[in-house]
Design a protein around this ligand. Sequence first.
Ligand code: CMP
Length: 139
Amino acid sequence: MSGNRTLTIVKPDAFGAGKAGKIIAHLETAGFRVVAARVMQLSTAQAQEFYGVHRERPFFGSLVSFMTSGSCMPLVLERADAVAELRTVIGATDPAEAAAGTVRKLYAESKERNAIHASDSDENASRESRFFFAESEIL
Ligand code: CMP
């Protein structure tokens, strides 16, 4: 995994509302290429592990409930400077603070139900991509 790849998840709020296609089109228009994708429903254990860094935060239980509440769509994306570019394209965690035209401004409901996840470093992009995909599933 190079600095040209990152991991995103179309979260259950956006996937359940039928917004996955529009979000992926938005990302492709921003220059990202999909190199891995799947539709799945996270188990509680998977959500707890994926968001383990937030285990002590007051919103952890609610976040795990939300992320296991329905189908989601993890994807590995490729473009130059992928981690930083994706975080710019999706906008701030809280859609109320997200810049106009960002994915979260357009599609998110709240700070928790915020439509999309993006890795915050190359190291986490690599770790999070391996969490969802075998090497052979990333093209
Ligand atoms: P994400 O980028 O996936 O990383 C951690 C997630 O926790 C975040 O998006 C939100 O869904 C959620 N989150 C972060 N901060 C809060 C908060 N203060 N209250 C509720 N949920 C939060």
